[in-house]
Design a protein. Sequence first.
Length: 318
Amino acid sequence: MDAITTVLFGPNRGVNVLDLDWDHLIILDACRYDAFKLVYEKFFSSATEFKCTISPASSTMEFVKKNLLHVYDDMEKRLKNAVFVNSNPVVDHVLKARLKTLFYKYIPVWRDHWDSRTETVRPEDTYQVALKVYVRNPNKRMIIWFLQPHYPFIDRRFDHINALGREFMNKALYYNASANNLLIFTKIMKNLLKKGYLCAGIPDKVCEYTRKNTSEIVKAYIANLLSVLRYVKKLTEILPGRIVITSDHGEAFGEPLNKLILPLRVYGHPSRIRISSLTQVPYLVVENNPSQREATRKALRSLSRFFTVRIRGGEVQR
């Protein structure tokens, strides 16, 4: 499979962001660089660094396999000092029992905070779990994985799009990461030959909708990105140290697979498809230097306000 990818796209020049310098790493799921570039200054005006980096993967499963299945000694020591707060169930299905030994502590947010109506973990839930984890582990590094801007779209204006793919994301709770790569590739190729385009990571009916209504899908995607960045911004104002914001892969809205050889269109985020919309992801650094005591105090205040708002709104905390 990798040999075919190399023939089509050349060598993989992706960077393992888990191996870079950070105190807290925030991963946005399926966040393409150009979309992030359009809006990031509204949230991170004090960023000390912003650039495009290349992901070694074009799907979550591929990202986890390439970055975490086999780690060398120095990286393993650093991960042993990190708490992983994760909202994406695919990570569990790929790493399985290894999650318990790879990190100091692993927190699968999706197990307790999966919203079956919207078929996702809402960004506010990932945010509040991350703050709780920080308060309990102030001396540890953190990896915080949000599910947005990945489909489905949490803004109710786009419920009609979500309705096209009911239960698609709920099935991710039971994803089979052990499926044979050749079988997956065969299924993708059959779909490609039948429909004339490549699609994975989002429902087939949403792919069809995207082909005819690309601008509306992009609008929904940006709305998802804005929703999650509001909570990422709050984290960067509380957590101390060097905070890096990046993504596991991007998202395709109909870009060509290969302009010269295969001018077929790509939608969603199929594995091993190294086109710019899928591999170019943001790399943003925020330096925050409060004392540990002040950071903990801010986290507790924020949690208190968060719970107060939810209680007033009639929600019950889990």
